[in-house]
Design a protein around this ligand. Sequence first.
Ligand SMILES: *Cc1c(COP(=O)(O)O)cnc(C)c1O
Length: 334
Amino acid sequence: MAFIKINKENFFHNLSQFVKKTGSKKSIGIVLKDNAYGHGLELMAQLSQEFGLTQAVVRTYNEAEIIKPYFEEILVLGDSAIVDEQCSFSLNSLEDITNAQVGSTVELKVDTGMHRNGIAFEELEIALQLIKEKDLILKGVMTHNRSADELSSELFWQTKVFEDVKKTVKDVGFKNVRFHAFNSASALRLPCYNEDFIRLGIGAYGYSELPDIYETLDLKPVLSLWANKVSTRKVNQGQRIGYGGTYIAPKDMSISTYNLGYGDGWMRSSSLASFVTTNKLPFLGRVSMDYISIESTKEEICIFDDALSAGKQLGTISYEITTQLHSDINRVVV
Ligand SMILES: *Cc1c(COP(=O)(O)O)cnc(C)c1O
């Protein structure tokens, strides 16, 4: 298998950039879902704790259990609410309220325009009533901004709807409720000082998918993907390399096989253009199951150290490149 280097200095640098905007480490919840976007769940939990973060966000209760030793508070986005002192659970529908365990701590998600998850604004009063009747502890009310990473005014009307949500929740008499709507893109675009809580994902890992005009922070990629040499061979001009023999050696050359492939979460890629590594070495021919061929004799090569540009080559975004890297890949902190 390939291996991954996690650059601790860059991770701390990114977190510091956001702390400058929030004014406090306390209001940042590091999003560790999907194996910390492929960076490694427990490893990134450890590093987040070392940096001084006290809150995390995950998708499943399983993930929460793994990282409990590292955090004071954990928000679980995608599992039914149960009583757990350390965890709060997001409620995405009226049904979720029905399924929540009596006495559990919850955060109600309201749909302010993304139409993916959350109760409708019109259902808000009913939802709050149900929460009271079931003796759930309402810790937070949240929403997700639909297009904070696009140039548009939608973010602003979503924010406006969320203001009405806040008012309703307060009018119904709930106290000590935190309100949160910010992901990385919102945190990059907008002032953060007054936010109760920011759910910080991709930005912490060093990426912004925002148009350049919103480049407000200097973020550095945390993850790089590396492969080891398996063997070296000489091929003669005209010989074919890899599955399907799509690459024909234009000259006699020394090529090496490296241990990166589908099992690592690397895509075969539908495009015909071959992937080019950080040091400008193209993959020769196709990714062949668990191996690639490259004209190099180096023991280790860096496949990519910037998932945003790697994603551009493969026609996708940084989230997808890092998130699909297999959890079995060895991750080392440098
Ligand atoms: C994944 C997720 C986030 C983090 O989003 P980024 O764009 O990675 O910062 C925040 N909130 C919710 C509800 C999410 O599901």
